[in-house]
Each structure stands twice: as C-alpha cells, then as structure tokens.
Design a binder for this molecule. Sequence first.
Ligand SMILES: [Zn+2]
Length: 417
Amino acid sequence: MNKLIKILLVITGIVLISIIGGISYFYVSFNNYSLEDNYELNEDNLTYFNNSYEEARKDFRLKSDELFKKYAGVKTFNIPVKSDIDTNLTIDFCYIPSLGNTDKILILSSGVHGVEGYVGSAVQLFFMNNFISEEFISKTGILLIHSLNPYGFKYSRRVTENNVDLNRNSDINPELYQTVNEGYPKVYDLINPKGEVETTSMANRFFFVKAIKEIAKKTMPVLRQAILQGQYKFPEGLYYGGNDFEPQIKDLVQIIDTICDPYQMIFSIDLHTGYGERGKLHLFPNPVEESVRKRMEFIFEGFKIDWGDSDDFYTVTGDFVSYIGKINSDKTFIPIAFEYGTMDSQTTLGSLKSIHIMILENQGEQYGFASDEDLKKVKKDIVEMYYPSSDKWKSHIIDETKIMFTKSMKRFSELEL
Ligand SMILES: [Zn+2]
C-alpha cells in the first residue's frame, strides 16, 4: 500500500512539474515574443517605405504626377474621407489607361486596413517605379488606389473611425449588415474584455492560458472562423463590419464602375500585412469558379496559392476585393490578396500573440488605458505587428514582391481573354 502511495505521489509530482514547466515555458515565450530576420539587407529597398501617412501620400502623389507627365490619358485625383477629428484624409487614385486595346485592367489597392498602409504604400511605390512601362500598358490599364482607410493609416488603427473593419464592410448590397456570425457571441468575452488596459495585469500576462483552454474546447479552426469571419452586432467589438456602408465604400462604386467600364477582364490585388509566416508573401484568393482558378494558376505559376485547404484558412464576409468583383459582375474577375506575414501567425503562439495585440488595442480605444506606458506599449505593438521596424524584414518583402511581380505581371500581360 505504502509503495502504491509513493508511486502515486511520484506520478502526481511529475504531472505537476510538467504543467508548471509548460506554463512557465509558454509564459516566457508569450511575454517575450520576438522573431528574427536573417535576410540580406538591400538599402535601396528601404527607400519605398515612409513612416507616416502624409509622407506616404506625398510620395504616391509625386509618383502619380510623374506618370501623368509620361503617359497619355493618365488621371490622378483623390476623394476626401470625412472625419470628426481630421480634415485632411484622402484616398488617392492614379489611373493609367491602356494604350492598346481595353481587354484587361490591373487594380492594385492598399490600406483597406489602415495601419497596413505603410507596407501597402511601399509596395505600390515599388510597383510604380519598376513595373509600369510602355510595353505593359500597351496591353493593360492600371488603377492604383492608395490608402482606402486613411484614418486608420494616420492613427495606426486597422479599422475606420467608426471602429469598422473595412474588409468586412465592403459590399454593394446593405443586406451584408444583417449577416449573423453565430460563433462570435461565444468568443465575445475572450476577445472583448472591458475596462482600462493594464498591459502588465495577470489576465494579460496569462492570456495564453485562457486562450488555450478555449482552443481545447472549440478547436483552432472553429475559433479562428468565429473570430475572423466578421460580425455586425457589436460595434465596440473586434472585426466589426458596421451597420451601413462606410463613406468610402459608398463613394467608390461610381469611380470603380466608370474606370473599369471599357475593360473585359479585371485582375484585382489588395495589399495586406500581419497574417501568416513572417517575411513571406502569401497569396490568398477568394473562392472562385474553375475558369478563374485556371487563370489565377496561369498568372501565379510557380507560386503557392493558398486555396483554403489548410488548417489556418478562414472565410470572411464583406471583403474589399469581392466588392470590386460585385461592381463588375458582368466581367471576368480575378481577385487576390497579397498578405505579408509578420508574426508567424500560422503557429499557435504567433496567432495568440497577434490576437492579444489586437484585443488590447481595441480595448484601449473603447475603454482607455491605465497609464501612458500602457498606451505607448499597445500603440507600439500594433504598428510593429503590421509594419515591422526591422530593416531586414522590409528589404526582404520588397525582394519577394519583385520576384512575384516580375513573373506574375508578365503572365498577366500574356493572359488571353
Ligand atoms: Zn489586412
């Protein structure tokens, strides 16, 4: 009997030590999360990046003016986005019509998620500098849309001034706002804590314990879908898609419709950051029919397209690229999102860290911060997540983009209707 008790005690001890060891390991990894970039640094690549919305817009306008002088029929213009606190927020456009036939047009858009505009703008400037040539526009028109959510870009938020995720708000039919996300109420408390943000509180330091319990209960794919799909019920919550069209979504319909009108085929690339393996350019298409899928595979031959057969896949409602497709429902439409990974969100730890940063940022916006330090830390983390300060990261994603554009733009040029 004594022996049995001893064995039981030893087993209990081992289990306890394992649990404590596991939690300690996660605690340290979670609270000191950082990723290294072992890429080569090419200083020239850094010239495309600007550290503010105003500077990024200024460069975009300068580059647009250059193109205006160089090619016939180029149109550069902007539309204001109304705000309660800022009178200088615009979405900027540069349209370069095809010099030849009007078979095809490329749309390259940035900043749907405001703070992702830093990288989106850099990629657009890189494209404008290196990929627009007489030869290219003899076969295709180009529309560049800069900073679709200028409020979010300027004030380092993903969402608009109304706390709306523009990539859940985009549609031409207001029925979108009646969509019910049944999983969301079940994750509401986990991702929408109330009260002032105190970054060093026990609840925040041990956020991963609560989250892992939820993952165990619901499984990661179910949890991911419930959180990321978008919701139309809780205006203060994460991934809120709004209850009406955001002003720019209303204003853009006419502009996109008019510019695309002469073209038969539209290739729409929307630029994002934050999701996926760090330093990697991921291709996320929308669900498409077979003929479009074939065209996409032609354009991106040699690259991996994330068709949604992997575990970290999720679907959303009200995304921006689909909206461009809905405006052009009578045409061949090829939609894709470029997603530049920053946090290794394909790992459990990376995804927990990402969602936690977003939770704190939104909580702070809704309920305030316990101190200035908390405010600074949260703001720093959110920018770092969507616009890494690492020069090697920035340099590398331009290198990745170069490879991607060089091949895919040539293929798009060759693509037949
Ligand atoms: Zn995004």
